[in-house]
Write a protein that binds this ligand. Structure first.
Ligand code: NIG
Ligand code: FE
Length: 420
């Protein structure tokens, strides 16, 4: 067991702990940070043992001070470890040429329909060995940690055949066991119709339902089942069939919804009881209402919108209408090759008019809710995993105000310092 850690004198300790409140937060609750000034935390056995002001913790722990590594956080902000609830982190290769093509005028869907995009990464992921994928993915996870992210969701979806989908999920399982970060796996066989099934889309949908989903569930390789419900990818009807089939096998639905064109994805998320709907750039007013009623979390990806040079999702409207909002990098080789959750928090403010407080809630507690991890991570409270970030700014507003910069100074995962 590692030594206890005693953090003292944090200028601001953002706990995100709202006693009496359960489940994802929206409206005014997203601004409640559970803020403690001159804050202190005692970490031991991988778990948060006590949280309060420095003088409160001194009353309990002064006699044990010599057992702990003391961290003087004077002038610094402490937050929960950030949670990234939507990534495609386990992929082979890269696609920088497409970035240039899009700057020259090609659209994301033009490139995909011409055999690039997701299809290009599928080829590179099929070719990569399991060891190569582990190595490449592990480096990306290191970069997430360096940006203060201690829990990440990861999707398959660059295999699009049974063998490679399973390979991606096994890579994530290996990294969950061998990398410091927590990695929560999602099956996304319905990320695209693979080239060899062009014109036989229904056959591919059947392959997912009859072969892939049962195998993934049997080997317990995923918690969630995600679908790219988009014009020219999977229709709402096909998406519904795939998500309902997953539900029967114990996989919770998620949906890439209304990203490029409006397509009723937000409405479908409410109908199938998805835990979250992703992107939502083109979500309709009705879809937003339905998500609020059904309690579907909107997982918004403002870095993707920026990278595709699209208008960001209507984050402000969603929060005000009672939709719980989470934010994420969408880390993937095409539409958002970044691991920077701090940048995503900045963009939540700049492009979606969320406040610094709401953006922090969306990147911690609500993000944990979007992947069913809120009992373990997403807030600093007694009994939760000791996942914390020390930032070299003295208040949470500055974290968003000084944008595009990585202010991470130290990171602890399960009580062990992994950065700094
Ligand atoms: O979430 N929209 C679909 N999937 C990813 C992009 C994947 C890729 O381009 O490789 C997304 O943006
Ligand atoms: Fe995505």
């Amino acid at each position: 067991m590692s030594k206890a850690v005693w953090i003292q004198h944090a200028a601001q300790l953002v706990t995100m702990h709202l006693p009496e409140h359960v489940g994802p937060r929206t409206k005014g609750d997203m601004s409640e940070l559970g803020l403690i000034e001159d804050g202190s935390v005692w970490l031991e056995d991988g778990v948060i043992q006590a949280v309060g002001t420095t003088s409160e913790l001194k009353e309990i722990y002064e006699s044990r001070a010599q057992e702990a590594e003391i961290v003087d956080a004077t002038g610094h902000l402490i937050t929960p470890g950030l949670v990234d609830p939507h990534t495609h982190v386990a992929f082979g290769g890269s696609r920088e040429r497409e970035f240039e093509m899009r700057l020259e005028g090609a659209t994301y869907m033009d490139i995909m329909n011409a055999g690039g995009g997701i299809h290009a990464t599928t080829r590179m992921t099929r070719e990569a060995s399991e060891e190569e994928l582990i190595e490449q993915t592990s480096k990306r996870l290191d970069s997430f940690l360096a940006h203060g992210v201690t829990t990440v969701e990861g999707k398959s979806g660059y295999g699009l055949d049974l063998e490679t989908e399973m390979k991606q999920l096994r890579v994530m399982k290996y990294l969950q066991e061998h990398h410091a970060i927590d990695l929560v796996p999602t099956f996304m066989g319905a990320h695209a119709v693979p080239a060899e099934y062009k014109g036989k889309e229904e056959e591919y949908v059947n392959l997912i339902i009859e072969t892939m989903l049962p195998k993934v569930a049997e080997e317990k390789l995923a918690v969630f089942n995600d679908v790219f419900c988009e014009v020219d990818v999977f229709t709402p009807e096909q998406s519904k069939r795939i998500l309902e089939a997953g539900k029967k096998l114990g996989l919770t639905p998620k949906i890439h919804a209304d990203e490029i064109k409006p397509y009723g994805g937000a409405e479908l998320a409410a109908e199938v009881g998805a835990i979250s709907a992703e992107h939502l750039l083109k979500a309709s007013d009705e879809g937003i209402e339905k998500m609020a009623e059904a309690g579907v979390i909107a997982c918004l990806l403002p870095a993707t919108a920026l990278y595709l040079r699209e208008e960001a999702a209507r984050g402000r409207v969603m929060v005000d209408h009672g939709v719980p909002v989470a934010i994420s990098t969408d880390c993937n080789p095409g539409s958002s090759p970044t691991t920077s959750m701090p940048l995503v928090m900045n963009l939540a403010c700049i492009s979606m008019r969320m406040t610094p407080a709401e953006s922090l809630c969306a990147a911690t507690y609500n993000a944990a809710c979007a992947i069913g991890m809120e009992d373990k991570v997403g807030s600093i409270e007694v009994g939760k995993q000791a996942d914390l970030v020390l930032w070299d700014v003295e208040n949470y507003q500055k974290l968003q105000y000084l944008f595009g910069v990585n202010h991470v100074q130290q990171v602890w995962k399960k009580g062990v310092q992994v950065v700094g």
